[in-house]
Design a protein around this ligand. Structure first.
Ligand code: FAD
Length: 382
């Protein structure tokens, strides 16, 4: 079977792509993967994009400028997690034990609760909303679901916990791209497709689904839900969206973090990544702000200044950045709320299928969900 990909943008990658702006090559947003993303990692290998070379693999370590630190030791699962939780700094004994029993309780429930439950409600019910919530569960929820805990689906969060912290040790490892996002997978995938008789046509928006249906035996609409509305109205559901802001600050080359990724908890910045340690320019820091918040009301230069001040407060006085760049993805993902509609791969049209991060039945809108959905649609066709 041969496949043709029509991509409206000038290069492949969609919401995970390289952007060139003011002569600089950046990503549209800092992305992070976990070892549990097995479908994505498998797809990378198929496309000849070696994850071991293209991704920096780190043992699970969450370190905050404010002192909290959790690190998984090199022990088999589930010991690695139990020891990580029991030795986390910045937590009392009661909270450490509470976190271990929370994971055990969720395991007993097979990581599922009633559909209407939010992450915040779940955490409050299990005594996990204190310091452990502030530094572990809520940041994980915001990073994985791009939705604030009070609005986020507990079941989508639990699916991620089941496969990452609840899985083998490798599943909780953090994988950070060492190359730009278009080089990470879309370009190798396009090359693989070309070798197998297919093609990626960039700058080719699809406007007429009926024409496509006449020309091709099967069509997979792998677009964002708001884009689907134009091609096949009424199918996607009435979603709300969450933003992700990435604020790049370029400092002199000697400015670096002690580790590739550091958490912040007192201002707008949630995570800061040292791109110099990730194959990028030395001195380039990327601040990530996921989900909705007051930062959306700020002008871009105001936001960049706020990030600069917050970084200076925790890293020691930093010089003025040589340049800054704010990339605001306003529709980064759908709001992953309890009971949000997931349309699945089928459509009323017999040869038209859906794929995309919002269509996965249980995973939050992530790269893994996008890959899983593509595999599911292709399997239906096959
Ligand atoms: C800033 C940011 C940070 C993120 N961080 C993470 C992260 O750390 N980890 C993670 O797992 N996920 C992260 N995500 C989410 C992840 O990027 C998405 O879940 C994933 O890229 C969605 O892939 P998709 O194929 O479903 O949709 P998209 O990537 O949106 O792909 C849809 C494609 O369809 C094209 N298109 C639309 N309409 C048409 C048309 N009519 N004709 C032709 N082409 C069309 C679009 O141009 C686009 O390329 C992040 C997203 C953003 C924006």
């Amino acid at each position: 079977m041969r496949a043709t990909v029509f991509e409206s943008g000038p290069l492949p990658g969609g919401r995970a792509r390289r952007v060139t702006t003011a002569g600089r090559t950046l990503d549209n947003g800092q992305h992070i993967l976990v070892g549990a993303y097995t479908a994505l990692l498998g797809m990378m290998r198929t496309a000849g994009a070696d994850p071991d070379r293209l991704l920096l693999r780190l043992p699970l370590e969450l370190r905050y400028a404010q002192g909290f630190r959790l690190r998984a030791p090199a022990l088999p699962a589930p010991l690695h997690l139990a020891v990580a939780l029991m030795t986390a700094s910045g937590l009392g004994w009661r909270e450490r034990l509470g976190a271990v029993s929370f994971m055990q309780a969720m395991k007993k429930k097979r990581f599922r609760v009633e559909d209407h439950v939010s992450v915040a409600t779940l955490m409050e019910a299990h005594g996990q909303a204190g310091t452990i919530g502030k530094y572990l569960w809520y940041p994980l929820c915001i990073s994985a679901l791009n939705t604030l805990p009070q609005f986020a689906s507990a079941n989508a969060f639990l699916a991620v916990l089941r496969d990452s912290l609840g899985g083998p040790r490798s599943a909780s490892e953090l994988l950070i791209p060492r190359v730009d996002l278009t080089a990470l997978f879309p370009e190798p995938a396009a090359a693989w497709l070309a070798e197998h008789g297919g093609e990626v046509r960039c700058g080719s928006p699809v406007r007429d689904l009926e024409a496509l249906r006449r020309d091709y035996s099967h069509v997979i609409l792998a677009v964002g839900p708001h884009q689907l509305e134009q091609l096949l109205p009424g199918l996607a559901g009435d979603y709300t969206y969450q933003p992700i802001y990435t604020v790049y600050l370029k400092f002199p080359a000697q400015v670096k973090l002690d580790l590739p990724m550091l958490g912040l908890s007192e201002g707008v910045v949630q995570w800061v990544f040292d791109r110099g340690q990730l194959g990028g320019e030395a001195g380039l820091l990327a601040c990530v702000i996921s989900a909705q918040g007051d930062h959306q009301q700020m002008q871009q230069d105001e936001l960049a200044t706020a990030c600069h001040h917050e970084l200076s407060a925790v890293l020691g006085a930093l010089p003025m950045p040589e340049w800054t760049q704010v990339i605001a993805e306003k529709r980064a993902t759908i709001t992953c709320s309890p009971g949000v509609k997931r349309p699945g791969p089928g459509t009323p049209l017999p040869n038209v299928f859906l794929a995309g991060d919002y269509t996965d039945p249980e995973y939050p809108p992530t790269l893994e969900a996008a890959v899983l959905s593509g595999i599911r649609a292709a399997q239906l066709i096959a």
